[in-house]
Every structure is written in C-alpha cells, then in structure tokens.
Design a protein around this ligand. Structure first.
Ligand SMILES: Cc1cc2nc3c(=O)[nH]c(=O)nc-3n(C[C@H](O)[C@H](O)[C@H](O)COP(=O)(O)O)c2cc1C
Length: 193
C-alpha cells in the first residue's frame, strides 16, 4: 500500500467506538504516548499550541468518575433536575475505559478563541487517527461535566481556558470495525471557477 492509500484508509475508516464495544484489556501506554506525540503536530495559528491533556488510567479513572458524578449531583440538585440514571452512568462509564484523555484548550489572547478551538480539534483528530490505525477504539464525548466552569480546575485549566470534552479509549472486543455513514461531499461543496 502506498502512503497516500494508507492515509485515505486511516481517515475513512476512523470510527467512534463506544464503551459498550470495549473489552477489559488495557491499551499499552506506548500507544497513548504516540497519540499525544501526534497531537502535538496539529496546525496552530501563531504557534500557540493551545492543546492541553490530562490522561486518566487506573486509580485516575476512579477519581474522574467520582469527581464528575459528584459535580453533576451538586449542579442537578441546585437546579432541581437530578437524574439517578445519569449520575450512575457518570460514576461507572469511566471504569469501562482503559484510558481517558481530558481535552483542554489553553487560551492565548494573541489569536481569536475560535482558532484555538480549531487547533485543539485538529490535535484530537490526530490522536483519533493514530488510535484507529492501531485498531484502538475511542470516541470524543462532550457529555458529563465537560461544559461546567467549575470542572476546569480539576483538569488544570484556568477560567479563560476551555474543557472540550474527553477521549474515551479502549481495546475493541470484536475485530469487526463499524461502518461509517456520511451524506455525499458534493452536497456540502460549491466550486467556483
Ligand atoms: C466535538 C465532538 C463531540 C462529540 N460528542 C459526543 C458525545 O458527547 N457523545 C457521543 O456519543 N458521541 C460524540 N461524538 C462522536 C460523534 O457522535 C461521531 O463522531 C459521529 O456519530 C460520527 O461517527 P464516526 O465518528 O464513527 O464517524 C462527538 C464528536 C465530536 C467531533
């Protein structure tokens, strides 16, 4: 396979693999390190390199589960919309993963915020493609406490920074890789010549 064919394949076959598709086997840290190394090569306007990551594994996953369930409970009780099922999921889902990477954006005033979000998303895509190339499952979750301002300090983020969600990572149970679904690119493109 040529390098261009390999690039096409990894891009087109990258899929969201959810926790119910994970086995209990752990992903080797060397793959996580490679994902992080490749994240660091994302494009970044004025080289602000705004991506910040916290990796949770082992006891770290237990700590994250407790933290997010407790914080959700605090918010939901205050707003009068506590949901036991949601609380239970926040407390157990991290434990179904091998690793979780919290995705942070360190704000730098020299470029508009949207550019910093774009740079971090590019870094996440690099990690996701790397995982897929290794047949490691992952998906980007913006659920849970991702958008709670008071969650930020737990992820080493300041008040002007942003938490952009979590990459849930695990080894797939099955060798069967899910099919993707997209509407044709022609519906989303205008050529002017
Ligand atoms: C910024 C972002 C946030 C996402 N958040 C969630 C989420 O909270 N829960 C979820 O199930 N999937 C989430 N996803 C994954 C999408 O649902 C998934 O990418 C989409 O269904 C397409 O499937 P594919 O990734 O397998 O091609 C998110 C994806 C992106 C890019």
């Amino acid at each position: 396979m040529t390098i261009t064919e390999a690039a096409d394949q990894v891009i087109r076959e990258r899929r969201s693999i959810y926790t119910n598709m994970f086995s209990t086997e752990l992903v080797d840290d060397t793959i996580i390190e490679k994902m992080l190394y490749n994240a660091n090569w994302a494009p970044t306007h004025k080289l602000t390199e705004p991506w910040r990551f916290v990796i949770f594994k082992g006891q770290g996953l237990q700590d994250l589960a407790k933290f997010q369930a407790d914080l959700y409970k605090k918010h939901a009780e205050k707003n009068g919309n506590f949901n036991q099922d949601k609380y239970d999921k926040l407390k157990t889902k991290p434990l179904e993963c091998s690793h979780i990477i919290a995705i942070g954006m360190k704000r730098n005033e020299i470029v508009p915020e949207v550019e910093e979000v774009c740079a971090v998303a590019s870094a996440v895509q690099n990690m996701w493609l790397t995982a897929s190339a290794h047949k490691i499952g992952c998906y980007w979750s913006t659920g849970g406490v991702a958008f709670y301002d008071d969650a930020k300090p737990f992820f080493n983020l300041g008040e002007n920074d942003k938490l952009l969600g979590f990459l849930f990572i695990g080894k797939p149970k099955s060798e069967k890789w899910p099919q993707g679904r997209r509407k044709p690119i022609e519906d989303k493109v205008i050529w002017r010549s």
